[in-house]
Design a protein around this ligand. Structure first.
Ligand SMILES: Cc1cc2nc3c(=O)[nH]c(=O)nc-3n(C[C@H](O)[C@H](O)[C@H](O)COP(=O)(O)O)c2cc1C
Length: 187
């Protein structure tokens, strides 16, 4: 697929087929992700693939966390929602940022930017491979129990949960962008 077509054609999916993309395809997407620019070649990213039964285990981690931290008993709907967190697609890739506690703020910002560029690379590569993605964040991205489940340390950052799979519905026809604000000087 041509690059400009991929950039314009990638979209956030709401529905995913049940079949999981093969491991070598997932490896290809991650290999594309790490070609993102990263200042001083810090390579600040880590990738955490959760599929099959592990998605239920991840949901259970969230349920237990919710039960433990909620001031009153969390309602059943919240628990059900937590248990389904990773079930919306056959594969979920959490993208982590390794954070240096001694590092300067500017380095943290640059590393976060590099991780975001890596996510975009991954999603564009997925689109080129006929797959669809959704970048999720939310408050679970600051959840210690989940970080531990994924193999991240407490100080690391979850940049996004990338839900991945084959398309289960037509691409949205109403995607649009407003014209970009551009300031020109000298051209
Ligand atoms: C940092 C970031 C976090 C996002 N988090 C969510 C999310 O939690 N839930 C969601 O439905 N979409 C999330 N999105 C996807 C955006 O809503 C989506 O990209 C936007 O609506 C534009 O649609 P498009 O990707 O089809 O162009 C996130 C996107 C980014 C960049």
């Amino acid at each position: 697929m041509e690059l400009l077509e991929a950039i314009r054609g990638r979209y956030t999916a709401d529905a995913f087929g049940e079949e999981a993309p093969p491991r070598d395809v997932i490896e290809l997407l991650i290999e594309c992700a790490v070609w993102a620019p990263n200042h001083q070649l810090t390579e600040p990213w880590t990738f955490h693939v959760v599929a099959g039964q592990a998605r239920e285990e991840m949901g259970q981690v969230l349920v237990e966390w919710l039960k433990g931290t909620h001031p009153s008993t969390p309602d059943q709907e919240a628990l059900d929602q937590a248990s389904r967190t990773a079930m919306r697609s056959p594969v979920m890739i959490a993208v982590g940022q390794t954070v240096d506690p001694e590092g300067e703020a500017v380095r943290d910002l640059e590393d976060y930017a590099a991780c975001c560029a890596a996510v975009q690379n991954l999603m564009l590569a997925a689109h080129a491979e006929g797959l669809v993605t959704k970048w999720g964040t939310g408050r679970t991205s600051r959840n210690s129990a989940l970080k531990e489940f994924l193999g991240l340390t407490e100080r690391d950052r979850i940049v996004g949960y990338i839900f991945l799979g084959y398309p289960a519905e037509e691409p949205p026809s109403d995607r649009e962008r407003t014209p970009p604000k551009i300031s020109w000087q000298g051209l």
